[in-house]
Ligand binder design. Structure first.
Ligand code: SF4
Length: 343
């Protein structure tokens, strides 16, 4: 076994020791900062030619592009590509990947995370955040396989990969506990280390960095696209994230009412709730009765991609769930707990 495989990673990675440097760009505000920091380090080490950036697309579930007052604001996948090119990665070395399934004529079509939730029968939870693995980590890991196979043969040793991510401690206790640098996989084909170069960046510093940054941040962070007030959603990936705050979800469902209704449909058919403590179905009712944050912009979600998602989810809901919901409903809150959520 090679010494690289046995040696635990040092606290700061030696970028020259990797065959593939793979920043993972979500398209969110933290990805851009991470990319700036990481590419500076790659340049200092003289290894920018080993960089290939990846974006695991969540398809229709991501924030789409919107046009407001004649100005177009890019969607999440487009932002991920911009984050890559803004810091010097050639366009052909940015790879967008997505989980797929066979379409009507056998050609692969994107398989949405919501379809997986509908087929599985339960929403992801803190103790079982399977969405991240299903929609992101395993999709990117699979995308490395052809490269690993070829390089492994040429090198005669496991391929060394550095996965670089924009996770930060400020985002939650699970992120705080995660090491800034660690080995996540080691076998005869590949050795994968993970580096979080902006782990200790506070949110305020990230926002300050974005003033005058060479790449825009997603419109959903603002109350209205272009407002530059950071008064929109605090997260940006799935428009409706099972780990988002109640306010974020209320704002998101007012921005994407048709998508929220599809999540509510999955809840009602499967009997599980979007979160252990509340349902989207109830938040929609709450928004109708007590009001929701001003959306600033409302996405139509009436194109062929949304219709395909709707059909895919409804087909999955017709089947038996792979997992029966537990008694998660016991902890679900009352339909409307007052208007404090609007603050
Ligand atoms: S954005 Fe939220 S729901 Fe979507 S994959 Fe990430 S953790 Fe899961």
């Amino acid at each position: 076994m090679s010494s690289f495989l046995l040696k635990p990673p040092a606290t700061t990675p030696d970028l020259t020791s990797y065959d593939l440097l793979a920043p993972q760009l979500s398209g969110g505000k933290d990805s851009a900062v991470m990319m700036a920091e990481f590419m500076e380090a790659a340049q200092a080490h003289g290894v920018t030619d080993r960089v290939v950036s990846y974006h695991a697309s969540l398809g229709v579930l991501e924030w789409p592009a919107v046009v407001v007052d004649g100005i177009r604001y890019p969607g999440v996948s487009e932002l991920a590509a911009l984050q890559s090119s803004a810091f010097g990665v050639p366009v052909d070395r940015h790879v967008e990947v997505a989980r797929t399934m066979p379409g009507p004529n056998g050609t692969p079509v994107p398989r949405s995370l919501l379809t997986e939730i509908a087929a599985y029968g339960r929403f992801p939870r803190m103790g079982s955040p399977y969405c991240r693995k299903h929609a992101k980590e395993s999709v990117i890991s699979s995308a490395w396989t052809p490269l690993v196979r070829n390089l492994r043969r040429d090198l005669g040793r496991p391929v060394r990969i550095l996965k670089v991510m924009g996770l930060r401690s400020d985002e939650g206790s699970d992120r705080r506990k995660r090491a800034a640098f660690r080995r996540v996989q080691a076998n005869g084909s590949r050795v994968v280390d993970e580096w979080l170069p902006v782990k200790e960046w506070p949110t305020t510093a990230v926002r300050e960095w974005h003033v005058g940054a060479p790449v825009p941040y997603c419109w959903t962070y603002d109350s209205v696209p272009g407002a530059a007030d950071w008064a929109g959603t605090s997260r940006c990936s799935c428009s409706l994230c099972v780990f988002a705050s109640r306010r974020d979800v209320l704002l998101s469902l007012s921005r994407r009412p048709r998508l929220a209704a599809l999540y509510a449909e999955a809840e009602q058919v499967r009997g599980d709730s979007f979160r252990a403590d509340w349902r989207i179905t109830d938040l929609i009712r709450h928004a109708e009765a007590c009001g929701a944050p001003d959306p600033g912009v409302v996405c139509a979600d009436d194109g062929p991609e949304f219709n395909a998602l709707q059909q895919q989810v409804r087909t999955a809901l017709k089947g038996e769930p792979r997992k029966r919901p537990e008694l998660a409903l016991r902890g679900v809150s009352a339909p409307c707990s007052g208007c404090a959520v609007r603050s």
